[in-house]
Design a protein around this ligand. Structure first.
Ligand SMILES: [Zn+2]
Length: 460
């Protein structure tokens, strides 16, 4: 990196931080008067089901999964602890794009569509003149209203999508947007490393895939593991993890392709780039596999990199735990747009010693399959219980700093703390009910979306 890009990066970071300070407690009118002459474009990149602890930048050393991601981290802000709002695509992506927890935007089941009264980022950014594109290789995002506010749309109808059609779509869209004068927002949803864990034919992997009897990366095999019908021995577990890692290496290759394309369009140094995932992926840590079903960290922790325009001279690591519910307020702040006062999230702290500006609500998570679980986090602590809970029902409490694998439930031994977290959960759930949109039933699911969901076992 040369001195000029370093200075540009630091200036951009400083501008964003002062914009965040201005956004706190200023009126929209006063704020608009300070709108900078150049409004930055924003690229949000999501890799489906990408665990942070399988990336080199997060300390993974077993296999070389992520050279591109690791290089990008060196010029970005890396969040050590980031959590999605749900361990499944639909609710998590709706939170990313609306800034509302799942039970506020209400898109928590495949039987609903996003209510028209709930704006997504393109509508919230419209007053600042933004254009927008959504491109998704995951058919799960099709037909539920998530894409409706975007100007340019490509959502592959098939389960695993067509890699080439997706690549062509986002390249064409970015070329169109980059050639215009107006700022733009791109939401790009890549399918790998989501199951099946099977790199494309001919993909050059820099590591071996050990074989073990009966083990594959097929969705049906993962489902049989999740139902407990098949058990893994150590060799089987290693073979499965290697296949997941192979898919991460594919994702990393696609990130490299995207960065090269943004460079080629001469926009990489002018955009805010966010790289993350919609949820994690489980490998039996709490008895379950894939995602959807629990609120434990293997299913909800996500990687999160934020590269400011121009990049940073040296990567910044932020230890403060954050949520993807903060993504929308962060983007609105970059665009000098007011953040709705009802938003649960706040702009991400973008420097090592920064803390959230006036965050008053906890980061929350809710799972999909019954019993739906709900969790709140507060610093070191994570508290969870089923959403349909009555006093005396199951509760769990973990010190996720000293016990990051959530092995040691301290609910029984810390009654005072449990009571405090229970009260905080009660208060947060009451707020989510108060802010909940009116649910909108899905009139008809597109047939190809239904096929995709059936193939994943998500619907019958
Ligand atoms: Zn997903």
């Amino acid at each position: 990196m040369n001195a000029r890009t370093l200075v540009a990066g630091l200036l951009a970071l400083g501008a964003a931080l002062s914009a965040a300070a201005r956004a706190e407690g200023t009126t929209p009118a006063a704020h608009a008067a300070e709108t900078p002459a150049t409004t930055p474009s924003v690229v949000i990149v999501v890799f489906d089901a990408l665990r942070p602890d399988h990336l080199g930048a997060y300390g993974y050393r077993t296999r070389p999964t992520s050279p591109t991601f690791d290089r990008l981290a060196e010029e970005s802000v890396l969040f050590a602890t980031a959590r999605s709002s749900a361990p499944y695509t639909l609710a998590s992506v709706a939170t990313i794009l609306t800034g509302r927890p799942p039970d506020e935007h209400t898109l928590t089941t495949f039987e609903r569509a996003l209510p028209a009264e709930v704006p997504t980022l393109p509508r919230l950014l419209a007053p600042a003149g933004y254009r927008s594109v959504v491109a998704s290789r995951s058919g799960i995002l099709r037909g539920f209203g998530i894409e409706d506010d975007f100007e340019l749309r490509f959502v592959d109808p098939k389960l695993t999508g067509d890699a080439r059609a997706f690549r062509r779509a986002w390249k064409e869209a970015l070329t169109t947007l980059a050639s215009g004068e107006r700022p733009w927002l791109a939401y790009l949803h890549f399918f790998p490393p989501h199951a099946p864990y099977r790199p494309p034919k001919g993909f050059a992997l820099p590591f071996e895939l050990p074989s073990a009897a009966g083990v594959s990366g097929a969705v049906a095999f993962l489902q049989s593991l999740d139902r407990g019908e098949v058990k893994l021995d150590d060799a089987g577990r290693e073979a499965l993890l290697a296949r997941y890692d192979a898919n991460i290496r594919v994702a990393d290759h696609e990130l490299d392709d995207l960065l090269a394309y943004l460079r080629g369009l001469e926009v990489l140094e002018r955009v805010w780039l966010v790289v993350t995932s919609d949820h994690g992926e489980a490998f039996g840590e709490h008895g379950r596999f894939e995602h959807n079903s629990t609120v434990y960290d293997e299913m909800v922790r996500v990687p999160l990199l934020v590269r400011p325009p121009g990049g940073l001279a040296k990567g910044i690591r932020v230890e403060e735990p954050v949520g993807l519910v903060d993504l929308a307020p962060t983007v609105l702040t970059w665009a000098s747009q007011p953040v709705p006062t009802t938003f649960a999230g706040r702009m991400w702290p973008l420097s090592e010693r920064a803390r959230y500006a006036a965050r008053t609500r906890p980061v929350t998570v809710r799972s999909a399959s019954p019993p739906e679980w709900f969790a709140i986090t507060d610093g070191d602590w994570k508290y969870m219980r089923p959403l349909a809970w009555a006093r005396g029902g199951p509760e769990q409490l973990y010190d996720v700093t000293s016990d990051p694998r959530e092995r040691n439930d301290v609910a029984a031994s810390r009654p005072d703390l449990l009571g405090r977290m229970r009260t905080a959960a009660d208060r947060e759930l009451a707020l989510q009910r108060e802010h909940a949109a009116t649910t909108r039933p899905l009139s008809a699911m597109p047939a190809d979306t239904a096929d995709a969901l059936r193939a994943l076992g998500y619907v019958q």
